[in-house]
Design a binder for this molecule. Structure first.
Ligand code: PMP
Length: 395
């Protein structure tokens, strides 16, 4: 089938879209923190946002973005290598390095590009990248771009990783890539064990801390949570979650970051982060540093929801973060549950393969009110009969 023909055939096959069971590309009209409005005027409690600290709409963050756009322009119209490098980008790099406790940082335009830049900038043909089976798609795309060998290991299974490292003594370099907090399950990587295995086999560890940075350990993320920042050579971040903006970064030793500054193609051949996004990330970083209560609040809210959802009979997996998955058993119950929750006034993320196994992904933020959480629980209680097969026996 041709490149265009396949699109027509795909589009014709998506009949579910008209039936209201299509859970993607929901069109929100206005802000999406707390309560989100649909274009038909309906209001939904937002339980699917990554704005964990509620900073995307904080006036200090939006004010910094507006001021930067007014003073510096809407975009930088070039890559950082040439005309698109601002003192603002460099200030953000210095502040990120200091806050997260690494020698240096490199700011890229998205977290996706940070992973592409780090992995494909450091690895190439002849190298092997060992990737956790549940790692984010950007790490997988990064390995493909690098043309290094991709070796999966079972999720959070350090024995499997060790066995695979032992089997590939390899002449080339060896990188192990994991998420700090897994985006769909909300569980943490077993960092102490990963560090031990990587050190034993002389492999370099990269932790993508998109969902841990700004949240765990007063915002300093998963590596700090385990007290192991010094022993994790590479950390990648995004500003599109707890930092409420857009952008990404790679953190590491000065020499590594200097190398990436000249070898990360996703940095060199793409326009730099806009002044607004960069200034917003800087303002958010200040707030994360000054207001640790936000991290504590969101963790407490997620704990509460995990407990209450379990009391309703839902299985919530191994979450230890603001991401709380609700097991839906199969794809059919995922879309039914999603639609029923929408009817009950709650938006959650429907997760379907190949992204991950079917589930409803709920997530919590520091600015959700108790009323938002109670409305969400009431909705989950109401839709229980539609999700019968997924409930535990205890329910
Ligand atoms: N890593 C992980 C674990 C993520 O969840 C995401 C975003 N979903 C990214 C990287 C990419 O970040 P960004 O949105 O900044 O491109």
């Amino acid at each position: 089938m041709g490149v265009i023909e396949k699109c027509y055939s795909y589009t014709r096959s998506r009949e579910g879209k008209a039936s209201g069971y299509y859970p993607f590309f929901v069109s929100f009209d206005g802000r999406t923190d707390g309560v989100a409005r649909l274009s038909d005027g309906r209001e939904l409690v937002m339980c699917g946002s990554n704005d964990y600290l509620g900073l995307s709409t904080d006036p200090r963050v939006t004010g910094a973005a507006a001021e930067a756009a007014r003073d510096l322009g809407a975009g930088c119209t070039g890559s950082r290598l040439l005309n698109g490098n601002l003192e603002l980008h460099e200030r953000l790099e210095r502040e990120l390095a200091a806050f997260f406790g690494k020698e240096a940082a490199l700011v890229l335009t998205t977290g996706y590009q940070a992973n592409l830049g780090a992995v494909a900038g450091l690895c190439g043909p002849g190298d092997t990248v060992f990737v956790d089976k549940d790692a984010h798609a950007s790490l997988i795309d990064a390995v493909r771009l690098s043309r290094a060998r991709l070796q999966w290991f079972d999720h959070n299974d350090t024995a499997d990783l060790a066995a695979k490292l032992a089997r590939h003594p390899g002449r080339g370099g060896r990188l192990v890539a994991v998420d700090g907090v897994y985006s769909m399950e909300g569980d943490l990587c077993p960092l102490p064990e990963l560090v031990r295995v990587c050190e034993e086999f002389d492999a370099t560890l990269l932790v993508d801390d998109a969902h841990g940075a700004g949240v765990l350990s007063a915002g300093r993320g998963t590596c700090d949570h385990f007290g192991l920042t010094d022993r994790v050579p590479l950390i990648t971040l995004t500003f599109s979650k707890a930092f409420g903006s857009i952008g990404g970064a790679v953190l590491g030793d000065e020499a590594v970051i200097e190398y990436l500054r000249h070898h990360a193609r996703s940095l060199l051949f793409s326009a730099s982060s806009s002044p607004a996004n960069t200034a917003a990330a800087l303002a958010a970083l200040d707030i994360v540093r000054d207001e640790p209560w936000r991290c504590e609040t969101v963790v407490k809210k997620a704990d509460y929801m995990r407990r209450e959802l379990a009391a309703l009979g839902y299985r919530t997996g191994n979450s230890e973060s603001p991401v709380v998955p609700v097991d839906t058993h199969d794809e059919l119950h995922t879309v039914i549950g999603w639609k029923r929750l929408m009817e009950e006034g709650v938006y959650v993320n429907a997760v379907l393969p190949p992204a991950a196994s079917p589930r409803l992904r709920t997530s919590y933020t520091a600015v959700q009110t108790d009323e938002h959480l109670e409305r969400t629980l009431a909705a989950f209680a109401t839709v229980r009969s539609d999700l019968g097969p997924v409930l535990t026996d205890a329910a």
